[in-house]
Design a protein around this ligand. Structure first.
Ligand code: SF4
Length: 310
């Protein structure tokens, strides 16, 4: 994909979504939350004001150009550097995808603005939506997600319940587990009870296998996730990528790696698995980007993670 795109990235390989073109509507780390496990770094403050954070005309022009020059993807996903529903025009992007392509659209959201009817109406234009449920009350919500002032757990739950009533597409809940914060069986039983009241089609169980902002945040083990998944019931599946991806091999250009790492810091091994590509060539490309000053490398435990240099 051409490096001249500002708001599009990928397509990136995904086990569940195949080749997924990313649309990023939000400046780096602009979010209603400042989750302890966020890979994008710590933010000075979370915010909840909706606005046209990037010009909608630019985003739509890039989508038109992409569809004319390339146009090959299995999904188009609104995701990236923050919370996409903060952008007042995210529904316009979903409408454009529906009107101009036969590609399924996906919205990845933390769900914190779904109490607003206008956000639910726009989100309902997506074919698939994933929202977050990793806490069980206001105190755990504050501890794990550190939301913007005025963003509450009650709003999140009520908004997600209301959306399910209005949305007939595929709704997934992501439960993100952090060791010692929400990893006890009792915690997950409380989350499971709430999840039942939302009636999702699927529950994705994840943990911090990618480097979080807070280096004190620990992933839980594969074995523990499997046990927690049983508590969440038959709709739950462990999606944390401990295992090799089975997605098709995609061309790995320096631009593709930069676009992905800007939104998802990763190790060379994780990227080789994601792209189903030789580790050596990924490593060489990453080291070249580090030498050019585009990326920085940071050692965490026994792994080297690559981050975008802002
Ligand atoms: S993990 Fe997602 S919801 Fe949480 S702060 Fe980062 S971008 Fe926002």
């Amino acid at each position: 994909m051409s490096k001249s795109y500002k708001h599009l990235f990928g397509p990136v390989p995904s086990r569940r979504l195949g080749r997924s073109l990313g649309v990023d509507l939000i400046p780096f780390k602009t979010c209603t939350m400042n989750c302890r496990f966020c890979q994008l770094g710590d933010s000075a403050c979370a915010l909840s004001e909706r606005a046209e954070y990037v010009p909608m005309a630019e985003v739509l022009a890039e989508l038109v150009r992409w569809s004319e020059c390339d146009g090959q993807a299995d999904h188009i996903t609104l995701a990236g550097s923050g919370e996409p529903t903060l952008h007042t025009g995210f529904g316009e992007v979903l409408r454009w995808i529906k009107d101009n392509t036969s590609i399924a659209s996906v919205l990845l959201s933390n769900g914190s603005l779904f109490h607003l009817p206008e956000v639910r109406a726009a989100a309902a234009m997506a074919d698939k939506v994933k929202v977050t449920l990793s806490a069980w009350d206001e105190a755990s919500f504050q501890q794990i997600h550190r939301p913007a002032q005025g963003v509450t757990f009650e709003q999140l739950i009520e908004g997600e319940r209301a959306f399910r009533q209005e949305f007939s597409g595929e709704l997934a809940l992501e439960v993100f587990i952090v060791e010692g914060m929400n990893s006890d069986f009792a915690d997950v039983r409380r989350i499971a009870a709430l999840a039942e009241t939302i009636h999702p089609d699927r529950i994705d169980l994840n943990t911090a296998v990618r480097p979080p902002a807070d280096s004190g945040v620990q992933a839980v083990s594969d074995e523990q996730l499997a046990k927690l998944s049983e508590i969440l019931g038959p709709k739950a599946e462990v999606t944390a990528s401990f295992k090799k991806q089975t997605s098709p091999a995609l061309e790995v250009t320096p631009e593709a790696l930069l676009g992905l790492i800007q939104r998802h810091p990763a190790t060379a091994t994780q990227l080789a698995q994601d792209y189903n590509a030789p580790l050596d060539s990924i490593f060489q490309t990453l080291e070249t980007l580090v030498a050019e000053g585009a990326l920085c490398a940071e050692k965490r435990d026994s792994d080297t993670y690559y981050f975008h240099r802002a």
